[in-house]
Design a protein around this ligand. Structure first.
Ligand code: ACO
Length: 546
């Protein structure tokens, strides 16, 4: 946490000291500790607004009771400390409860995005060796369809009623007796959560984080959210809690500070609806990826909604000067950009309340983190040089490693430096500027998409002989995924009608097999792909082609 009442960024950095207990448990930190204060148990923790407009409030006391019950229920079903508990749920009370229960049991939570397709789900459930899945009626069928191929999976609990081999989540919780339960005594370095993330090649990798990761995030949330928390704060993000942005930039730090979180993620982000939602619930703090801000910017006269935000943090894509100007004009606030990634999050940021914000900059090193520009040998470069953005180990927010992938973990480091894969520049005063990706990873609407994973999905379609995926610039989503496809039937190349129909079919195929957020929004059919002499696709050539 930040020192009390810092007067400037330099003051915050000078007085900052990490204070991470040797024994700490995220589940206890975000929930139980609020129940010891006289009114703590009754304070609102999660406010859900359903798609039909129904609003329900869950207090910290309810969260404690429900998470204790779920921990007991999971244990009764053979789930033990160290086991992986997958959480396949949208923003909801059950998501928070499942995470907290997993942490309290000493298990490792595996958040899974509900927009993942069948192959993406199977891969992550198999790779993590998940013992249990907590899900809901909309998703349980997909889990049960995969279960026979997942030998480690023995327990499926679903909100909304038992079905097939899945037990009803709430019935299991109701039947559990939490009276004798006490949370696992976990060390700060004990594993807590695996969040899958993509690289240029191969399958996604599970970034394994320890219980310390939450406390490591606190200064990185407190600065962009203008010395968060303050009286009356209430947090919301349209980003899903299955990603590090939603989970560790919003849900868990807010609960840690006893601040309520609004749970609502529309099937399709609608800017007017978002303004109404924020006004209705008197939201004060938001994490908005630039793509969402660009959608909000389309709305005329936003003042008419009566939204009264206190802080806006933004990350996952470059924010840019125009959005900053718009935020000041339309919302009366400086949008504080921050930077991090799944393996090592919230290490750079802005805090307008503590001085200037340099337009276009990703910010400065958040107190507690050492960030530098390095070259390929791990040598720190002087101000003004272009190089890799890197974070010095040890750092409480740094991952423990990729799940079961020691070689990939080793490749992520040069000496003590974790290399983010992004390139940038730092000026004389310690402000960082983003230059680009050092690899082929695609950044679209704040999602990190691996071209290899998209290509794997594409070539499973029978009409596709060869495929390449690249990110091409897009005014709204930073980049969109574009696929270059060599069709199995070359006659397609001369038939625009068949191309249109086939493109739509292939898009749907990728959405259902891989993910609904990462499908190629543009497809071009080509006679061949540019290859290196060793047979690798030259994605750079395709990106330049656009
Ligand atoms: C440090 C860091 O890096 S933190 C940043 C981490 N990044 C993130 O968390 C990602 C942030 N981005 C987002 O949350 C979103 O892109 C937003 C809010 C900006 C915009 O959301 P949207 O445009 O509504 O959807 P999103 O980009 O998630 O794409 C999902 C697609 O699935 C569709 N979809 C959503 N739910 C369903 C459903 N149940 N069934 C079918 N389709 C669905 C959406 O309509 C959308 O399709 P379309 O764009 O082709 O119409």
């Amino acid at each position: 946490m930040l020192p009390d009442s810092p007067t400037s960024w330099a003051d915050a950095r000078a007085r900052f000291r990490w204070d991470i207990p040797a024994r700490t448990n995220i589940g206890v930190d975000v929930c139980d500790r609020h129940c010891t204060a006289p009114d703590g148990a009754e304070r609102p923790a999660i406010i859900v607004e359903d798609a039909d407009g129904t609003v329900t409030t869950t207090s910290f006391g309810d969260l404690k009771d429900q998470s204790d019950r779920l921990a007991v229920a999971l244990a009764a079903r053979g789930v033990q400390r160290g086991d992986r508990v997958a959480v396949l749920l949208p923003q909801s009370v059950e998501t928070a409860v499942a995470h907290i229960a997993a942490y309290k049991l000493g298990c490792v939570a595996v958040p899974l995005f509900v927009l993942f397709g069948e192959d993406a789900l199977e891969y992550r459930l198999a790779d993590s060796g998940a013992r249990a899945v907590v899900t809901d009626a909309a998703n349980v069928g997909r889990v049960l369809d995969l279960k026979a191929r997942l030998p480690d999976l023995s327990c499926v609990l679903t909100a909304g009623g038992a079905t097939g081999a899945a037990e009803d989540l709430h019935a299991a919780m109701d039947a559990a007796d939490p009276s004798g339960f006490s949370p696992a005594d976990t060390a700060a370095d004990d594993p807590a959560v695996i969040i899958y993330t993509s690289g240029t090649t191969g399958k996604p990798k599970g970034a394994l984080h320890a219980h310390r990761v939450l406390r490591g995030h606190l200064p990185g949330v407190e600065m962009p959210h203008e010395l968060f928390p303050k009286e009356g704060d209430l947090f919301w993000t349209p980003a899903d809690w299955a990603w590090i942005g939603g989970l560790l930039d919003v849900l868990l730090p807010a609960l840690f500070h006893g601040v309520p979180v609004l749970a609502h993620r529309a099937r399709k982000f609608d800017a007017e609806e978002a303004f109404c939602l924020m006004a209705r619930h008197k939201v004060r703090n938001v994490f908005m990826p630039p793509t969402a801000l660009k959608m909000l910017r389309q709305v005329k006269d936003p003042a008419r909604f009566g939204v009264r935000l206190r802080s806006i943090g933004s990350g996952g894509e470059t924010l840019g000067r125009e959005l900053l100007d718009w935020g000041r004009d339309a919302l009366g606030l400086t949008i504080n950009e921050f930077y991090g990634q799944t393996e090592c999050n919230l290490v750079l940021g802005n805090c307008a309340g503590l001085g200037e914000v340099r337009e276009g900059s990703m910010g400065r090193a958040i107190p507690g983190h050492t960030v530098a520009i390095i070259d390929d040998t791990g040598t720190e470069l002087p101000a003004g040089s272009d190089g890799h953005i890197a974070v010095k180990a040890p750092d409480p927010v740094m991952f423990l490693g990729y799940w079961n992938k020691p070689e990939a973990t080793a490749e992520k480091f040069i000496g003590d430096w974790l290399v983010t894969g992004d390139t940038g520049r730092m000026d004389d005063d310690g402000w960082f500027w983003f230059l680009g990706r050092a690899d082929d990873v695609i950044t679209t609407a704040g999602y990190r998409v691996g071209p290899g994973e998209v290509e794997d999905a594409l070539i499973r379609h029978p009409a596709v002989r060869l495929a390449a995926a690249v990110g091409v610039p897009d005014p709204d989503r930073t980049e969109i995924v574009k696929a270059f496809i060599v069709p199995a039937d070359t006659a397609v190349l001369d038939d625009p009608d068949r191309q249109e129909a086939l493109a739509a079919e292939i898009q749907e195929f990728v959405k259902t097999r891989m993910a609904r957020h990462a499908y190629p929004r543009r497809i071009e059919f080509v006679a061949d792909l540019p290859m290196t002499t060793t047979g690798k696709i030259q994605r750079k050539v395709l990106r330049e082609h656009g």
